[in-house]
Write a protein that binds this ligand. Structure first.
Ligand SMILES: Nc1nc2c(c(=O)[nH]1)N[C@H]1C(S)=C(S)[C@@H](COP(=O)(O)OP(=O)(O)OC[C@H]3O[C@@H](n4cnc5c(=O)[nH]c(N)nc54)[C@H](O)[C@@H]3O)O[C@H]1N2
Ligand SMILES: Nc1nc2c(c(=O)[nH]1)N[C@H]1C(S)=C(S)[C@@H](COP(=O)(O)OP(=O)(O)OC[C@H]3O[C@@H](n4cnc5c(=O)[nH]c(N)nc54)[C@H](O)[C@@H]3O)O[C@H]1N2
Ligand code: SF4
Ligand SMILES: [Mo]
Length: 709
C-alpha cells in the first residue's frame, strides 16, 4: 500500500521554496514538504520528521499535487441566472448571498442552515460555528462528522466524559499483544498505520480482523473473522460473557467504573453458541478470540466505520468500551479502546463548534456555564446564543421545509448522505443553496451560488489528527489577486449582513489566536498552543497553558466524569437470527476518497464502481462476473457491474460510496441511531437483485436517480 515517491526531480538550476504542510486527505495527517516554484507546487515530499507516519505516505497523498494544479479548479464565484451558473464578480456573489440570507432569515433565523465538514482546519471550524451562532443567529449548524464519527464520539463522551479517538500515540500500537480490528480496513484507509501493526505482529501480537469482507488489512491478521454486518454489538457482548464466565474480569476495573453489575447482567444470557450463530461465525473462532483477548497483557480494540455506522452504532461502541474497560486495558499505552478517526481534521472538526449542540473547546451549547463563557468571549448576550439545532441528516431532510437556505462548506452530501434520491430532492427544494468548494462537486452543481474555496496549500491552519495531535499547516501558495479564502468568504458575508464587528480579523494569525483562546477551560483545551510552538513540534491536546507539553494519554483513572469513574452502560442486543437473505454494506477503496470530488478528477488515482458479491451468491442468482445488475432496497434502486470475490460473506454485498448513484441510493434516508443520529451506512437489506442488459452511464453527474423500489 505504501508508495515510493516517483515524482520527477525538480530542475537543478532553480531552487524551490519549501513549505511544511500536511496531507489534504485522511486523519493520519502525514507531514509533507511542498516544493513551490512560481506559486505552483512542483513536488510533494514526505518527510521522516513526520511525527505520525515517519516519512511513509500513501498514493493519495502523493497524488494530491494534481488537485492543486487541476484545470477543473474553480477560480471565480458562480451565480445561477435563469437556471444557469454564470461566473460573476466576488462583490456580486457576496452581496447576493448576504441579501438572500437576510431576507430568508428575517422572521426565523433558523431558516438559514449551515453544513460543515471534517476536512476543514480548526480555525475554519471555529469560524463556521461562530458565523452560524453569532453571524446568522441560527441554531441549525451541523457537519459531515455526524456521518463519520458521531456514534463513537457519543459513546466516548458518555463513558469517559471525553472524546479523543485514540488514547495514545499511534506508535504505541506496537506495544499491544492483542489487537482486535472491528470494521476497520486500515491497509486501504489509513495505510501508514500498517507499519505499527506489522511491528506489533513481529513482536508476537495476535491481530484479528472482524469484517464481513476479508480485506488487505486481514493479511496482517492471525485470523480473519467474517462477521455478519450489524452484529458487532452482539459479538462484543458474547466476548464479555465469556470473560465473566472464565473469571477474567479485571478486579481494579471494577473500582473504576459504574454500572458494572448491570452490564454483566446484560451479557449473562448471551450464550456463545447463539452469539456465534447470530454473528454468522464459527463457535471456535469466538472462543479463540475471547481466549487470546482475555490472556493479553495489553490488548486494544479499534473500531472503524464498519462497526460504527449503524442504527445501533453508539450501542455497538459502548459494548466495545464495556469489554475493554472490564478486561482492564483502558489507560494502558497501546491498550484499551480507540476509534480510528477518518477525515483529515475529523478529530478537531468535532471539537470546536460546528456540531449542532456544541460550542468551541468541546463545550456544550446546552450547558448554562458554557453558554455564558462563549457569550462573554464573543461579546454577545447569552440570550442571543441559539440552542441546539438539527443533526446533519435531519437538517438535510428539513431543507425546503423549515430550512429555506443552506450554506455548505466541506461536504458533498448529494453523494455522501444516505438516501441520495431524497437528499437530492430536498436540496433542490431550497430557496437558496450556497456551496464553497474548489471543485464543482455534485452538490455545488445544484447551488444558487458557488464560491471557489481555498485548497489546503493556499491557507494556514491547524489540523488535529486521529491521535489528537495538533499539526500546523503553513501557507504554501498565494491566492489569486482579488480572491478570498474560505475564512474570508464567511467574514465577507457576515460583514455584508451587518455583523462585521464580530468578524473583523486583520490577519489569519488574529483568527488563529482567537480560536486557541476560545478553547480555554474547555475539555478540548488548545489555549496553550501558538503558531510559534507548533512550528517547533506538534502536541496532543489538551494543552491548557504555554508550559504544558500536551497530553499523549488522556484516558486514565480518574476520568473527567462527575465521580471520576467510567460510566458503563448495559446495551440491548437482539438474538433474533437475521431474516434477510441479502445484506448490503458499503465502504471505501484505496484509490478514492470520500464523495470523490477530489480523487475522481485525479488522473493518478483509480478505483472502480463495482458491486462485490460472492461467486456462490452470484451463481444462485444466475449472474457472472462483469454482469450489470439492478439492486433494490426499501430506499431505492441502483445499477452497477458485478465483481466476484470469495473474500466476502455469501449473504453480503459491498459497494463503495465514492460515486453518485452508488451505495447511498440504497441506504435509508431516515434510519438514524437514536443517540448519535448516525445513519445506517453499513446496513441495508436488499429486496431485489437482477441482471440487466444495458448499464446506464453511471458517471454522468446528477443523471436522474431511480427513486423508490
Ligand atoms: N482510501 C480512502 N481512505 C480513507 C477514506 C476514503 O474515502 N478513502 N476516508 C477516510 C474517512 S473519512 C474514514 S471515516 C475512514 C474509514 O475507514 P474504514 O472504517 O477503514 O473504512 P470503510 O471502508 O468505510 O469500512 C471499513 C470496513 O468495514 C467493513 N464493514 C462493513 N459493514 C460492517 C459491519 O457491520 N461490521 C464490521 N465489523 N465491519 C463492517 C467493510 O467491509 C470495510 O472493509 O477512512 C479514511 N481514509
Ligand atoms: N454509503 C456510505 N456513505 C458514507 C460513508 C460510508 O462509509 N458509506 N462514509 C461517511 C463518512 S465516514 C464521511 S466522513 C462522509 C464524507 O463525505 P463528504 O462529507 O461528502 O466529504 P468529502 O467528499 O470529503 O467532501 C468534501 C467536499 O468539500 C470539498 N473540500 C474539502 N476540503 C475543503 C476545504 O478546506 N475548503 C473547501 N471550500 N472545500 C473543501 C471537497 O472538494 C468536497 O467536495 O461520507 C459518509 N458517507
Ligand atoms: S491520505 Fe492519509 S495516509 Fe495517505 S498520505 Fe494522506 S494523510 Fe497520509
Ligand atoms: Mo469519515
Amino acid at each position: 500500500m505504501l508508495e515510493e515517491n516517483t515524482q520527477p526531480a525538480v530542475l537543478p538550476n532553480v531552487v524551490p521554496r519549501v513549505t511544511r504542510s500536511t496531507c489534504p486527505y485522511c486523519a493520519v495527517q502525514c507531514s509533507f514538504d511542498l516544493h513551490v516554484l512560481d506559486n505552483k507546487v512542483v513536488k510533494v515530499a514526505p518527510t521522516p520528521e513526520c511525527p505520525v507516519a515517519f516519512g511513509t505516505v500513501c498514493k493519495k497523498g502523493l497524488a494530491s499535487l494534481e488537485d492543486l494544479n487541476s484545470p477543473e479548479r474553480l477560480r471565480q464565484p458562480l451565480l445561477r441566472k435563469i437556471g444557469i451558473l454564470e461566473a460573476v464578480s466576488w462583490d456580486e456573489a457576496l452581496n447576493f448571498v448576504a441579501s438572500r440570507f437576510l431576507e430568508l432569515g428575517r422572521d426565523n433565523p433558523h431558516a438559514v442552515g449551515v453544513f460543515g465538514g471534517g476536512s476543514l482546519t480548526n480555525e475554519k471550524v471555529y469560524l463556521l460555528g461562530k458565523f452560524a451562532r453569532v453571524g446568522l443567529k441560527t441554531k441549525n449548524i451541523d457537519y459531515n462528522g455526524r456521518f463519520c464519527m458521531s456514534s463513537a464520539a457519543t459513546a466516548l463522551n458518555v463513558t469517559f466524559g471525553l472524546d479523543r479517538g485514540l488514547s495514545f500515540p499511534v506508535k504505541d500500537l506496537e506495544k499491544a499483544d492483542c489487537i482486535l480490528l472491528f470494521g476497520a480496513n486500515i491497509a486501504e484507509t489509513l495505510p501508514p498505520l500498517m507499519q505499527f501493526l506489522k511491528a506489533a505482529k513481529k513482536a508476537g501480537s495476535s491481530i484479528y480482523t472482524l469484517d464481513p469482507r476479508q480485506t488487505v488489512t486481514s493479511s496482517m491478521a492471525r485470523k480473519h473473522i467474517f462477521v455478519r454486518p450489524g452484529t458487532d454489538a452482539t459479538l462484543a457482548g458474547g466476548l464479555l460473557h465469556l470473560l465473566e464466565k472464565w473469571g477474567r474480569i479485571d478486579v481494579a476495573a471494577l473500582e473504576q467504573a459504574n454500572n458494572v453489575a448491570d452490564v454483566l447482567e446484560s451479557v449473562r444470557f448471551l450464550n456463545p453458541e447463539t452469539v456465534a450463530e447470530v454473528c454468522g461465525i464459527a463457535l471456535e473462532d469466538l472462543l479463540e478470540v475471547a481466549e487470546v483477548y482475555a490472556s493479553a497483557r495489553c490488548a486494544v480494540i479499534l473500531s472503524g466505520r464498519g462497526a460504527e455506522q449503524h442504527e445501533n452504532g453508539t450501542d455497538t461502541v459502548q459494548a466495545l468500551i464495556n469489554l475493554a474497560m472490564l478486561a482492564g486495558h483502558v489507560g494502558k499505552a497501546g491498550g484499551g479502546y480507540g476509534t480510528l478517526t477518518g477525515q483529515g481534521n475529523g478529530q478537531g472538526g468535532r471539537e470546536h463548534g460546528q456540531k449542532a449542540d456544541q460550542l468551541p473547546g468541546y463545550r456544550s451549547i446546552k450547558n448554562p456555564q458554557h453558554r455564558l463563557e462563549m457569550a462573554r468571549f464573543w461579546g454577545v448576550p447569552e440570550t442571543e446564543l441559539p440552542g441546539a439545532g438539527l443533526s446533519a441528516q435531519e437538517l438535510l431532510l428539513e431543507c425546503g421545509k423549515s430550512v429555506r437556505a443552506l450554506l455548505i462548506l466541506g461536504s458533498n452530501p448529494v453523494v455522501s448522505a444516505p438516501g441520495s434520491s431524497v437528499v437530492l430532492e430536498r436540496l433542490r427544494a431550497l430557496e437558496c443553496l450556497v456551496v464553497i468548494d474548489f471543485f464543482l462537486s455534485e452538490t455545488a452543481e445544484l447551488a444558487d451560488v458557488v464560491f471557489p474555496g481555498s485548497l489546503w496549500a493556499e491557507e494556514a491552519g491547524t489540523m488535529t489528527n486521529l491521535e489528537g495531535r495538533v499539526l500546523l499547516r503553513s501557507q504554501a501558495l498565494e491566492l489569486e489577486p482579488g480572491a478570498f479564502s474560505d475564512a474570508e468568504i464567511l467574514c465577507q458575508i457576515a460583514k455584508r449582513m451587518g455583523r462585521g464587528a464580530f468578524f473583523d480579523y486583520p490577519s489569519f494569525d488574529a483568527l488563529q489566536n482567537e480560536f486557541f483562546a476560545s478553547t480555554k477551560g474547555g475539555i478540548a483545551d488548545y489555549s496553550g498552543l501558538s503558531k510559534e510552538r507548533l512550528l517547533e513540534r506538534s502536541l496532543q491536546w489538551p494543552v491548557p497553558d504555554s508550559s504544558s507539553e500536551g497530553t499523549p494519554y488522556p484516558y486514565s483513572f480518574p476520568f473527567p466524569t462527575p465521580d471520576g469513574k467510567a460510566r458503563l452502560r448495559a446495551v440491548a442486543v437482539s438474538l433474533e437470527p437475521s431474516e434477510t437473505a441479502l445484506h448490503f454494506t458499503s465502504g471505501r477503496l484505496s484509490g478514492q476518497y470520500q464523495s470523490g470530488t477530489q480523487t475522481r478528477r485525479n488522473p493518478r488515482l483509480s478505483g472502480a464502481l463495482e458491486m462485490q458479491i460472492h461467486p456462490e451468491t452470484a451463481a444462485l442468482h444466475g449472474l457472472s462476473a462483469g454482469d450489470a445488475v439492478r439492486l433494490s432496497s426499501a430506499e431505492g434502486t441502483v445499477m452497477m457491474p458485478l465483481v466476484l470475490s470469495s473474500k466476502i460473506r455469501p449473504d453480503t454485498l459491498f459497494a463503495p460510496f465514492h460515486w453518485p448513484q452508488s451505495a447511498n441510493v440504497l441506504v435509508s434516508s431516515t434510519r438514524l441511531d437514536p443517540l448519535s443520529k448516525m445513519p445506517s451506512f453499513k446496513y441495508a437489506s436488499l429486496t431485489a437483485l437482477e441482471k440487466i442488459s444495458v448499464l446506464p452511464n453511471l458517471l454522468e453527474p446528477n443523471a436522474e436517480l431511480v427513486a423508490g423500489a
